[in-house]
Design a protein around this ligand. Structure first.
Ligand code: C2E
Ligand code: MG
Ligand code: MG
Length: 717
């Protein structure tokens, strides 16, 4: 039935002629509870007319649009306002399917059903959001529809309304974004990450899958924030998150969980080799310089890694383990990563005790200097000694500077210890012949202390040492904040006539630009850079050659550190490095030994060491278990390298025996006996161990605690 417009009130004249399959009037009448059957009285016609007027004014008000479909979901009517709303002429819209108006066929976030599906259900639906793309903008429409049936109860289509909810939607989206994302970096925030972690671990527990959590903390970020200001700090954080996203890519989720703290969740990552590769990539990427508001700045990063289920099965436990690893990584000198291990717990407690003891160590005379010779590469003659601090603890014996220097730096005790070292080294060097120099390590904390030039000049004055015989070894980290104080400090030290050496070159971000900006007399190439440089495929050799050439051109000396084997020595000599330092010549020795050597006149050292550099090997004492056949025997590992171990304390198994070394915490290494005598066995691992980031070694993977329990072995954790 067609509507007779002449009968309509002018107010509803905007209601277009309807070609609805059934009479709109009838339907409206039904909706408002009155029949519009033509047999009925004029009252119901009035009601229908009122209803039409109401529709008309609603359509005019732009609050929304009305639509009607046939039983196939094709539009038979739509308000004129839809023309503007969808940017298409009405005659194009009508006749086509309602679903085609929307770019996304699914209903908003529920995404349970598509619009065509909903329409075929022939059921009422209320306020379902659908997206349309109009002029490249996303517009959200909320649709409600009521199915229509004829007298015979046959479905004839829908009658419905639509409303533009784009504004409300974008406000909700923004609110949602704020709830789940960090507004500065766009990364997930703490709350959202914590939910993801919770749900991931819950489902992974059931599926017995593993998942790694990395805690990343920026080193020296606070300083940038304080010196360059908060807006600069914010920009820096944005750069950092971009770098993190690039590395993590599709492998997991990155969140910013605090000022300069990030968390990375890596589902199905349990291979510690891959994890350490990623941690190294993160550290090296974050340590590359940034340009922020015209200033160049450098920060670092430390990473703690924990893997579920091994290091924690609940979010709380896993986070605690990752935090502890992070703390350990920071404590061990920053710019490194650490996996969680039970050993860390002890380390953390031990550190506290050492910190207390270190306060009195100097007074108690427990700190001494040892000297390691640096020889001229052309004639093996000693031309310099590096002073290396040693702490002989009354109960624990010798403690490595790798352990106590970071503690001293954190507590600022390094100022006192460092000043003492400079004074002592100058005094000792006055007893050496002629031009032999002494090199003293200067911590970045000392370098940042304005009293350093006074300390140095006092030592020179008190001892009468020629300033040219004192070399100060400074690491790259002093450039991390290149402020005017850095420059002033270099100038003040140079003015005293002392020599400056750039120590540990190759361990950080190793920028040659430092050489241009700072008045160095020497570059010390770190042993990690030298190690493996002669191996095929390594580019370090070419880089060392380039550094040496550059240093020559700038009239600087070069020292290669950590040379242990003859193959390395030969290689490094061929690169024309001017000085060499390493165990192949001598380990650090007490001062008496230095004096004894000089009694014999000049000291030229003959290199003594293995022919070839071997995979890093560590002397340790570690209780492990050996599993072979049906046996499980306790024994002790004496020597551990990436490729094998020396094992003691078991009736020795014949060569070729296959066994499993249980290194604890689910670390099972399959090995073969290669050498066997009375009570020692040399075994070779099937898969190389990897660095645990903490000076130790670990297996790439661990056996899941679930499997260990199933096999009747004690569960780790
Ligand atoms: P460094 O300044 O790079 O010192 C060189 C380190 O390499 C020394 O370790 C030395 O014993 C070791 N080394 C030398 N040749 C070889 C070799 O052929 N193979 C191996 N594996 N190692 C070799 P050390 O004495 O344990 O010192 C470690 C670090 O502690 C030093 O690294 C330095 O950064 C710091 N340190 C030592 N003494 C002082 C000090 O008096 N003040 C400050 N601030 N730091 C110090
Ligand atoms: Mg040094
Ligand atoms: Mg060094």
């Amino acid at each position: 039935m067609k509507i007779d417009h002449s009968q309509l009130d002018p107010a509803v004249s905007s209601v277009r002629e309807l070609n609805a399959p059934d009479s709109l009037l009838k339907r409206i009448g039904q909706k408002i509870g009155r029949s519009t059957d033509t047999k009925h009285t004029g009252g119901s016609k009035m009601a229908a007319r009122d209803a039409l007027r109401m529709i008309g004014s609603l359509e005019d008000s732009d609050l929304g649009f009305f639509w009607i479909t046939d039983e196939h979901g094709n539009l038979t009517y739509i308000s004129k306002s839809a023309e503007d709303a969808f940017g298409r002429p009405l005659d194009e819209i009508e006749g086509s399917s309602l679903s085609n108006l929307f770019s996304s066929q699914t209903s908003g976030e529920n995404q349970q059903h598509s619009l065509p599906f909903i329409l075929t259900k022939q059921r009422k639906f209320i306020e379902l959001p659908f997206k349309a793309e109009i002029d490249k903008d996303d517009v959200w429409w909320e649709l409600s529809g009521i199915p229509q049936f004829d007298e015979n109860d046959a479905f004839v289509g829908f009658f419905g309304i639509g409303e533009d909810i784009s504004e409300q939607r974008s406000a909700e989206d923004e609110e949602n974004r704020l709830i789940h994302f960090d507004s500065l970096t766009g990364l997930s925030n703490r709350a959202s990450m914590s939910k993801t972690l919770e749900s991931t671990l819950a489902s992974f527990r059931q599926q017995k899958r593993a998942c790694a959590l990395m805690q990343v903390d920026l080193d020296r970020f606070k300083l940038i924030n304080d010196t360059l200001g908060h807006p600069a700090g914010d920009t820096l954080l944005k750069h950092v998150s971009e770098r993190l996203m690039r590395i993590v890519s599709g492998n997991g989720e990155v969140a910013r969980i605090g000022g300069d703290e990030f968390q990375i969740l890596l589902p199905d990552w349990d291979d510690r080799g891959n994890l350490s590769d990623m941690a190294n990539a993160i550290i090296s990427s974050i340590s590359q310089p940034y340009t922020v508001e015209g200033s160049r700045c450098v920060i670092g990063a430390s990473v703690g890694i924990a893997i579920s289920p091994f290091d924690g099965r609940t979010p709380d436990d896993l986070i605690r383990s990752a935090d502890m690893s992070l703390y350990a990584a920071k404590g061990a000198g920053r710019g490194r990563f650490s996996f969680f291990s039970e050993k860390l717990l002890e380390t953390v407690n031990e550190r506290k005790v050492l910190e207390d003891d270190l306060r009195d160590a100097l007074k108690k005379g427990e700190v001494i200097l040892n000297y390691q010779p640096l020889v001229k590469s052309e004639n093996d003659k000693v031309s310099c000694f590096e002073a290396l601090m040693r702490w002989k603890h009354s109960e624990r014996g010798f403690i490595s500077p790798e352990i106590f220097i970071p503690i001293a730096e954190e507590t600022k005790l390094v100022l006192e210890l460092g000043a003492w070292a400079i004074q002592q080294a100058c005094e000792d060097a006055t007893k050496w012949p002629g031009k032999v120099r002494v090199a003293v390590n200067v911590s970045p904390i000392q370098f940042a202390d304005s009293r350093l030039p006074q300390v140095v000049s006092k030592a020179l004055k008190d001892t009468g040492l020629d300033p040219d015989r004192l070399e100060l070894e400074i690491t790259e980290s002093v450039f991390l904040e290149e402020t005017s104080e850095t420059e002033d400090m270099f100038a003040a030290l140079k003015k005293l006539g002392v020599r400056l050496a750039l120590d540990d070159f190759g361990t950080g971000y190793s920028s040659l630009s430092y050489l241009q900006n700072a008045p160095f007399d020497k570059i010390k190439i770190d042993q990690s850079f030298v190690r493996g440089s002669s191996e095929p495929g390594s580019r370090n050799g070419a880089i060392i050659a380039a550094i040496v050439a550059l240093a020559d051109a700038l009239d600087m000396d070069t020292t290669a550190e950590g040379i242990e084997a003859h193959d390395e020595l030969e290689w490094i000599k061929s690169l024309n490095v001017s000085q060499i330092q390493g165990y192949i010549y001598s380990k650090p020795i007490p001062h008496e030994d230095v004096l004894n050597q000089f009694k014999k006149g000049e000291w030229a050292i003959e290199p003594v060491g293995p022919a070839l550099q071997r995979a890093d090997r560590m002397s340790i004492f570690r209780k492990v278990r050996l599993i072979f056949g049906d046996n499980c025997e306790p024994c002790v590992v004496r020597n551990l390298s990436k490729t094998g171990a020396l094992i003691e304390g078991l009736m020795c198994l014949p060569k070729g025996t296959k066994l499993v070394v249980d290194l604890g915490d689910g670390q099972l290494a399959v090995a073969t006996v290669r050498r066997s005598d009375d009570n020692q066995m040399g075994v070779e691992f099937e898969q190389r161990l990897i660095s645990d980031g903490f000076g130790g070694l670990c297996t790439r993977r661990r056996v899941s605690p679930y499997l260990m329990a199933a096999a009747g072995l004690p569960m780790a954790n």
